[in-house]
Design a protein around this ligand. Structure first.
Ligand code: SF4
Length: 427
């Protein structure tokens, strides 16, 4: 057991043709040159040789060394998908012939200094179900590296540069952030606000490319980092931040406006029927594509208020598990600063929550003032899995979301934290 994973990944089994989605639909599947050669050897002398030659190619604007891309059909599915919704290459030539992305999805493997970590992509509905619904789903447990299927393809963080303080201290910073996310005595929005404050405190000295940890200053910088992280593990720090946060009052219209803009930005870009149907129903529930933000906010707030406390706790679990999985799956060191990462995460959580409360099942549950029964819980769970999976697949990694986040975040520091308050309004 030399690797770790959130517990839900130990429960994961691909649903294959029983799955409500198809993993390759809507995703760009890249194929490295060595993997392409291996596949060509596997199909040599068969009718598939010509198909591989035709359908797996470099993009017209590719540079030497870039990965090839597998062509898609008009409906967005992979050209090698068969009528049973299974991969024809897998069936004929086995798992070893597949490109890395096809063989390992939905597993995501990252090699940190302390060892290999395996997480999952919520773009897979079975991962979304396992990650969101079980109470112990995101507890970290020891696992074999084989859980990654191809651990040798794991992304490696850092690179052993002892002067790179940004990656060297990343595990400690992430561990503090995860502990804040688990403080369930505070509202979820207050925990995200505390993470924003943590990002702000770190902004001046702990960021990508920091040089404060070099030479004689290193000891002082490390002591300061330890002190800041320690402060955010103390209940009194978090309670004080929550007090300040709870005293703030902001209008809800801008929050709805941002969430709706994110969803609408994907309507013309996504071909998935499942996503488009959900997006249209959600927008409709808030007044349509041309919704009035203040009116849509009123509808959203009424739904939230009418959801029974037991079901509201369930919603908190979905958001918490999604946020924890996000920290595990997407290293924050890819962002230039912790605050930048937290801001984007807050935007994701806002869009997810707003979408969930626009799902027809949730709208109906709120209209009924449904009690926390096994049946109402099962209906809410199914709606959450659908929303979180489709948003993970078609919105969370989209260039439109990143461009919007870039514009919304402002110039960093206090300005970014101030703007983040708008994103926390509806959570
Ligand atoms: S999306 Fe997940 S469960 Fe569905 S076929 Fe792909 S890996 Fe299997």
């Amino acid at each position: 057991m030399t690797a770790t994973a959130p517990r839900y990944m130990t429960r994961f089994r691909c649903l294959a043709d029983a799955c409500e989605d198809t993993c390759c639909a809507g995703l760009v599947v890249l194929v490295s040159e060595p993997r392409l050669q291996r596949l060509k050897q596997a199909v040599a002398g068969t009718p598939d040789a010509e198909r591989v030659e035709t359908f797996i190619r470099l993009e017209p604007d590719a540079s030497p060394g870039d990965d090839a891309v597998i062509a898609k059909r008009e409906d967005g599915h992979c050209v090698f998908l068969d009528a049973r919704k299974t991969c024809s290459l897998h069936r004929a030539y086995g798992e070893a012939a597949l490109p890395d992305a096809c063989a390992t999805f939905p597993r995501v493997a990252t090699r940190w200094a302390h060892g290999l970590e395996v997480t999952g992509s919520l773009a897979c509905p079975e991962v979304a179900r396992l990650c969101l619904l079980a109470e112990d789903a995101v507890d970290t447990v020891p696992v074999s590296e084989d859980l990654a299927l191809r651990p040798e393809t794991a992304r490696s963080l850092g690179g052993g540069d002892s002067e790179d303080a940004w990656t060297q201290h990343a595990a400690a910073v992430r561990s503090t952030a995860l502990s804040v996310l688990q403080r369930r005595e505070l509202p979820f929005a207050a925990r995200l606000f505390a993470l924003g404050q943590l990002g702000l405190r770190l902004d001046g000295f702990y960021c990508r490319g920091t040089e404060v940890f070099h030479g004689d200053a290193r000891e002082g910088a490390e002591a300061l980092l330890t002190e800041v992280l320690r402060a955010f593990t103390l209940p009194e720090t978090l309670t004080a931040l929550h007090g300040g946060f709870a005293a703030l009052s902001l209008p809800g219209g801008p929050w709805v406006g941002i969430c709706a803009a994110v969803l609408k930005s994907r309507l013309g870009a996504v071909r998935s029927e499942r996503f488009l149907t959900l997006a249209e129903l959600v927008l409709e529930s808030y007044g349509g594509v041309d919704l009035l933000p203040d009116d849509a906010w009123r509808r959203y707030s009424e739904r939230r208020e009418r959801l029974s406390p037991g079901l509201a706790q369930r919603v908190e679990q979905y958001l918490r598990h999604h946020a924890v999985n996000h920290w595990l799956r997407h290293p924050f060191t890819d962002a230039p600063r912790v605050l930048d990462y937290v801001f984007r995460m807050a935007l994701r959580e806002a869009v997810l929550c707003w979408t969930l409360f626009g799902h027809p099942t949730v709208v109906a549950l709120c209209a009924e003032v449904a009690a926390d029964t096994a049946e109402s819980r099962a209906r809410l769970d199914a709606a959450a899995v659908e929303c979180f999976q489709l948003i993970a697949k078609h919105v969370e990694q989209a260039p439109q979301l990143h461009a919007l986040a870039q514009g919304l975040a402002g110039s960093g520091g206090d300005e970014t934290l101030g703007r983040m308050l708008v994103l926390l309004k509806g959570l």
